[in-house]
Write a protein that binds this ligand. Structure first.
Ligand code: GRF
Length: 194
């Protein structure tokens, strides 16, 4: 069974999509651990409900980024993952972490390749639409070979067109639906191509 460790920072709706797909057999893999940088991440509750081990690696203000990433890498490595999935993970990772898992870190980002890297991507795209600058945004899943933010080799992408008069909340809900499906399919593809 392909072993996945999923990193989260918040609600974990994308984690839930992976858990559901693994349970139903749609995804030929198993989540062997869920790791969060935040103790209050609801995704931890989702993991516990599924009987999956969880780890919390809180950012310690006395630690540098490399120190944090070394601890995080040790924690993740203990579970011997085939792939590490960044699903709603909100920290930038350095090579201190990425170097431990070459070619095996996969990130989900709610924007199209080359657009809106970083946080609040959905809201930033929505604002640009409101200003008449674009007619669509989207979702991508990509590898994370280095410290570039949301710019790695693309594994999957899907456009999400704005709808006239649509609220940010409604648009965001449609983006998340695409994320849940795209992420599972991208992981399936990576496993198939392995
Ligand atoms: C998603 O848009 C994810 O891509 C972003 O945070 C949002 C919530 O993700 N990083 P989740 O519900 O915590 O999976």
């Amino acid at each position: 069974m392909t072993r996945l460790v999923v990193l989260i920072s918040g609600s974990g709706s994308n984690l839930q999509a992976i858990l559901d797909a693994a349970k139903s057999g749609v995804l030929p893999a198993g989540v062997v651990a869920v790791v969060s940088n935040r103790a209050d991440a609801f995704g931890l509750t989702r993991a516990e409900s599924a009987g999956i081990p969880t780890e919390i690696v809180p950012a310690d203000k006395f630690q540098g980024r490399h120190e944090y990433d070394a601890v995080l890498a040790e924690t993740v490595a203990r579970y011997q993952p085939d792939y590490i999935i960044l699903a709603g993970w909100m920290r930038i990772l350095t090579m201190q972490f990425l170097g431990r898992f070459p070619g095996r870190v996969i990130n989900l980002h709610p924007a199209l390749p080359g657009t809106f890297p970083g946080i609040h991507a959905i809201e930033r795209a929505y604002k640009c639409w409101q200003e008449g600058e674009l007619d669509k945004s989207g979702v991508m899943v990509h590898l994370v070979p280095d410290e570039g933010v949301d710019v790695g080799p693309v594994l999957a992408k899907e456009e999400v067109y704005f709808k006239k008069g649509e609220s940010l909340t409604d648009f965001e809900a449609r983006v998340h639906e695409v994320e849940h499906r795209l992420l599972v399919n991208a992981i399936k593809q990576v496993i198939r191509d392995r």
